[in-house]
Design a protein around this ligand. Structure first.
Ligand SMILES: Cc1cc2nc3c(=O)[nH]c(=O)nc-3n(C[C@H](O)[C@H](O)[C@H](O)COP(=O)(O)OP(=O)(O)OC[C@H]3O[C@@H](n4cnc5c(N)ncnc54)[C@H](O)[C@@H]3O)c2cc1C
Length: 310
């Protein structure tokens, strides 16, 4: 199917990552008339992970591409209808919801928003080239690849310092590179970081360039106050300068926080009856494939309950 239609479905799931596909497994198995829309690659962000070691059921790990494909195949086995298209708007029509896409409009009784979120990039030379080869956006995912090796974290907020503390348990040294002369992270995290002997700080500094051969070997830093360059030998760089979900089209309709994440309760309800959100798109997400999948299952269960009384 390639264009909008007048058929009113039970549920439309927006986003084909672990959250959306898991929601689709549940809604399709429950025989709800379900459509999932994906604008890029089925599987979502996890398809960028070289190797995933923390998704249950794969004791030896699995490549991100294979994991994304397998979740997709599992949903397809239950007959989940999918379409490759970008959602650009969502409107209410009584208690029906109209999903605007680049391929026309689709209507449903319920919606599960599972569009994920994008990790902000530094935009420096070497970042694309070494992604997955020393450049990472997730310490929980990739710290284990850097045991007893020096790494750096770019950022100074809660997420960056949490990642630095996690990395300090496994790596030989963690340098936190921060563009200011003090951290933005909460005081308690700062105290922990300052007390951790393996963590040190490159203040007033930014990453200019990421260097290496096949894998990251070092960073060229620039002090923003003195304009002086320096080199830092590291095997990995963890970029933790923020997340931003693609929720502009939901502004004015749903409660979003200051960076555009959707606010939900523990049933994944958004505040508008019949609109649910799951995975990295929502505030306080665990930002892991398994937590996204769990959110997707929860959203699907409460979608089914909602539709029972529709
Ligand atoms: C390099 C890397 C390594 C990682 N490693 C691990 C790991 O080892 N273990 C782990 O548990 N987690 C890991 N993660 C995190 C994990 O991938 C995410 O937490 C998880 O994929 C979030 O799932 P999601 O379904 O909420 O969102 P996503 O996976 O981001 O999926 C959202 C999907 O929605 C689509 N979409 C967005 N907006 C629209 C729209 N308007 N219309 C249509 N489609 C839309 C996107 O194209 C995307 O495919 C890693 C992430 C990265 C980037």
């Amino acid at each position: 199917m390639t264009s909008g239609d007048n058929h009113v479905r039970d549920v439309i799931i927006i986003g084909g990552g672990p959250a959306g596909l898991t929601a689709g497994i549940y809604t399709s198995r429950s025989r709800l008339d379900s459509l999932l829309t994906e604008k890029g690659l089925f599987g979502g962000q996890i398809t960028n992970a070289e190797w995933v070691e923390n998704f249950p059921g794969f004791p030896d790990g699995i490549s991100g591409i294979d994991l994304g494909q397998q979740i997709h195949d599992q949903a397809a086995r239950f007959g989940l209808e999918t379409i490759l298209t970008e959602v650009t708007g969502l409107e209410l029509q009584g208690n029906l919801k109209v999903v605007k896409t680049t391929d026309g409009d689709f209507t449903a009784r319920a919606i599960i928003l599972a569009g994920g979120s994008n990790r902000q990039k530094l935009g420096v030379t070497g970042e694309e080239e070494f992604a997955g080869k020393g450049v990472s956006y997730c310490a929980t995912c990739d710290a284990a690849f850097f045991v007893d090796r020096p790494v750096a974290v770019a950022g100074g907020g809660d997420a960056a310092i949490t990642e630095a503390l996690h990395l300090a348990k496994l790596t030989s040294k963690v340098t936190v590179i921060h563009r200011r002369d003090q951290l933005r992270a909460t005081k308690i995290l700062q105290e922990k970081a300052f007390a951790e002997p393996k963590i040190d700080f490159a203040w007033d500094s930014v990453v200019e360039r990421i260097e290496g051969k096949d894998f990251v070997q070092g960073l060229r830093l620039r002090n923003v106050k003195t304009d002086q360059n320096s080199d830092l030998e590291v095997a990995g760089l963890f970029v933790s300068i923020g997340f931003r979900p693609d929720t502009d089209y939901l502004k004015g309709l749903l409660a979003l926080d200051d960076i555009g994440q959707i606010i939900t309760n523990e049933k994944m309800e958004t505040g508008i009856a019949g609109i649910f959100a799951a995975g990295d798109i929502r505030q306080n997400s665990g930002r892991q494939a398994i937590t996204a999948a769990g959110d997707g299952a929860t959203a699907a269960i409460y979608t089914e309950k909602y539709l029972t009384n529709f």
